[in-house]
Design a protein around this ligand. Structure first.
Ligand SMILES: Nc1nc2c(ncn2[C@@H]2O[C@H](COP(=O)(O)OP(=O)(O)OP(=O)(O)O)[C@@H](O)[C@H]2O)c(=O)[nH]1
Ligand SMILES: [Zn+2]
Length: 379
């Protein structure tokens, strides 16, 4: 992908045509196909920006260069420095999936002037502690896990907790049901461990039937992401859901069923059943991020039981009168504690982390000193 530069004659001619073409009336149907829902549409139409700019969705983002989609075509664009600054100040930033107000300025460039508040937002914590936006306006996360050696309930629980904490619906998809062992036993194990409200499917990602299984999540106007470890079957399932195996390879255009053509973006796949899938490199290597409160909300069984523990600050380890330990499976409890620790650590600023490390160092030294003293005393 490249951004347009001034003086790039060929690009400029093409661009003038784009500008004339894109400045058309609001077309809900075209944008609905890109994942726009009624709520966001109403939010847009009531904003002043709707009078003089165009609503588009970010389909790709590399440094300052953006790719935008208007439901018909893709366009390169940049974000206005003022927008970047205000988002940065709020500890946020643009992400694939954001809906934005686009202005065509005189010097034949498209500029993103505003962002519609996203309904949901997946982010990760970078090494320096900053939040790094990954994807916005996601309705459903398909949590993909293979029924082979990939199967790991603890990891599934972790994905689920963290997408739910971001307000995204988590749906468990166990792939490789055609070759997996103990499929029924593993499904039963999953149902015992996870809340009953979590939908779960075992399927063969290579089989067309997967579309029927997942139909409730694939309707028009829905946006999905697929999360899971490498080799779990995300690409395979994306291909099956988007029918790309049926399309001639290399073709980037396909009909949208209404005689019009829609350009397929690299990070955005259109499902045969109407939904779109966002797939960016960042999501592939996603390290989930959430705050302690929303995490606790997804382990509400533990939080509810904890109110009946004898001690108010019960850690549910070996305290007497613990109401949690005897009901909640030990492994789930262990996972919960591990996640909480991780979340607390990731919420620290670099300075706080340093202070904590220094504290542990002092405690460690004191411990060493004590055991040395003790040994000396024993001699
Ligand atoms: N038999 C069978 N094979 C599957 C299924 N799903 C995926 N595979 C195979 O598993 C391998 C990995 O699948 P991918 O779809 O590439 O996995 P991925 O999650 O996209 O992996 P990354 O791109 O590394 O993140 C491929 O050889 C697929 O053909 C399934 O449901 N059944
Ligand atoms: Zn307890």
């Amino acid at each position: 992908m490249r951004c347009l530069r001034h003086g790039d004659a060929d690009a400029r001619v093409g661009h003038v045509i784009w500008i004339e073409r894109i400045m058309h009336a609001f077309d809900f149907d075209a944008l609905h196909r890109l994942g726009l829902n009624q709520t966001l549409a109403a939010q847009w139409l009531s904003s002043p920006a709707a009078d003089h700019s165009q609503l588009m969705r970010i389909t790709e983002l590399q440094r300052d260069c953006l790719q935008l989609h208007d439901g018909r075509d893709e366009y390169p664009a940049r974000a206005l420095p003022a927008l970047q600054a205000s988002l940065h100040e709020a500890g946020s930033g643009l992400a694939v999936g954001d809906w934005v107000a686009v202005e065509a300025h005189a010097h034949d460039e498209l500029w993103v002037a505003e962002r519609l508040a996203p309904s949901t937002h997946l982010a990760r914590r970078a090494n320096d502690g900053r939040r790094q936006p990954l994807a916005s306006n996601i309705d459903t996360a398909l949590l993909v896990m293979g029924l082979d050696h990939d199967f790991n309930l603890r990891r599934m629980e972790r994905y689920l907790a963290l997408v739910q904490a971001a307000g995204v619906m988590g749906v468990v998809v166990l792939t490789k049901a055609d070759i997996g062992q103990d499929v029924e036993a593993r499904m039963a194990e999953l149902h015992r461990r996870l809340p009953r409200s979590v939908p779960a499917y075992a399927l063969n990602g290579l089989d067309e039937a997967a579309r029927a299984d997942l139909a409730p999540w694939l309707g028009l106007g829905q946006t999905l992401v697929l999360l899971g470890s490498s080799g779990a079957g995300k690409s395979t399932l994306t291909n099956t859901l988007s029918g790309s195996a049926l399309q001639s390879t290399g073709g980037v255009r396909r009909g949208d069923g209404r005689g019009r053509h829609t350009t397929t973006a690299r990070s955005l796949h259109f499902c045969l059943d109407g939904a779109c899938i966002i797939d960016t490199p960042g999501l592939r290597t996603w390290r989930p991020d959430a705050d302690a409160d929303s995490l606790a909300a997804t382990f509400e069984d533990i939080e509810a039981l904890a109110r009946h523990c004898h001690f108010r600050d019960c850690q549910h380890e070996d305290e007497p009168g613990c109401a949690v330990r005897e009901v909640v499976p030990a492994d789930r409890l262990l996972n919960y504690h591990k996640l909480l620790r991780e979340v607390r650590r990731s919420q620290q600023t670099p300075l706080e982390r340093k202070a904590q490390q220094a504290k542990w160092k002092v405690i460690g030294k004191a411990g060493k000193q004590r055991s040395q003293d003790k040994r000396r005393g024993e001699r």
